[in-house]
Design a protein around this ligand. Structure first.
Ligand code: P6P
Length: 330
């Protein structure tokens, strides 16, 4: 049995062979996302040394100041995907409308949503950040946006890249979750976390408690319960970077919550298409749960590219307990 490291490319090809109808288009898209991730990783890891730190004068659709690395990462994703001719439609957190694709891409069979660099407000303070993506099959419709406004449960693939102490590529195509760590010396992502499963329960809860006074009673009572759990001591961890907080909880167990509140974020802060849905697909494939407090995230029918949703996801125990408290206190 060879103990040679398994590269992401080899893993993808072996996955592709399991689908006799596959012609390789899907693998090409994934390979290109991995390629863009390597470029972004290189720039993120030297951001302090070149004039790519800091913010631009521009703002995204959410009114957030766009960081230079945000825009750089967005461009890298588009440059990696459009030339393949396989991507019929694309949407990004950094672009207000549907991203125009070249004529040859109009024959593409897939649609891709992505947050090119989530958590970018942390770039200047050297905190882990990430890229999040999801891939859909194109739907036959007059309006290309319809291929992007599909329920999360229609995703063919979802993944994220975390630019942290190492750069990792974590993804699922519906057959479990696997993690690959970038070996910069060879420029390859190598299989390092095979068949990731999130623990049934954890000891970590991740929520920004500065919003406490604006939460519904059920959320307040849930957090109080977790902080005083009868069976185990939980600890609070909040990095303020979804990919970093999610990745830690995926590996160690626990719950991540960005709930709605009465003032700042009436429908939560995170975006359904390119943050909540991909992370929800991954956590469910790893044995966890993901809800908006009323329903499964992956069952929500999106109505606009940048709509927000409350997001509570992680280990089954903590998410089910959250639903109990929301039911009890409304
Ligand atoms: P807050 C980063 O800006 C982000 O979109 C997510 O990555 C992160 O989980 C959240 O916002 C942090 O929000 O309100 O704690 O700054």
């Amino acid at each position: 049995m060879s103990n040679a490291p398994v590269s992401l490319s080899r893993f993808m090809l072996e996955e592709e062979r399991k689908h006799k109808e596959a012609v390789g288009d899907f693998t090409i898209i994934l390979e290109q996302i991995a390629f863009a991730a390597k470029i972004i990783s290189r720039e993120v890891n030297k951001a302090g040394l070149v004039n790519i730190l800091g913010s631009t004068e521009s703002h995204n659709v959410h009114g957030e100041t766009q960081q230079k690395l945000d825009l750089f990462s967005n461009e890298e994703m588009i440059k990696a995907l459009d030339p393949t001719g396989k991507v019929y439609a694309m949407a990004s957190e950094e672009v207000d409308e549907l991203i125009p694709v070249s004529d040859k891409s109009l024959e593409g069979k897939y649609a891709v949503v992505f947050d090119p660099l989530d958590g970018s407000s942390n770039i200047d303070v050297n905190v882990s950040i990430g890229t999040i993506f999801g891939i859909y099959k194109k739907v036959e419709s007059q309006n290309p946006v319809d291929s992007l406004l599909q329920k999360g449960k229609e995703l063919l693939c979802a993944g994220y890249v975390i630019y942290g102490s190492s750069t990792m590529f974590v993804y699922t195509t519906g057959n479990g979750v696997n993690g690959f760590t970038l070996d910069p010396s060879v420029g390859e992502f190598l299989l390092s976390h095979q068949d990731i499963k999130i623990p049934e329960y954890g000891k970590i809860y991740s929520i920004n408690e500065s919003n406490y006074d604006r939460w519904a009673k059920g959320i307040q009572e849930y957090v109080k319960f977790i902080k005083n759990h009868p069976d185990r001591q939980y600890t609070a961890r909040w990095i303020g970077s979804l990919v970093a907080d999610f990745h830690r909880n995926l590996l160690k167990g626990g719950v991540f919550l960005y709930t709605e509140d009465s003032k700042k974020n009436k429908n939560g802060k995170l975006r359904l298409l390119y943050e909540a849905n991909p992370m929800s697909f991954i956590v469910e494939q790893a044995g966890g749960l993901s809800t908006n407090g009323q329903m499964r995230i992956l069952d929500i029918k999106p109505t606009s590219l940048h709509e927000k949703t409350p997001l509570i996801l992680g280990s089954k125990y903590e998410v089910e307990k959250y639903l109990e408290f929301r039911e009890k206190y409304v």
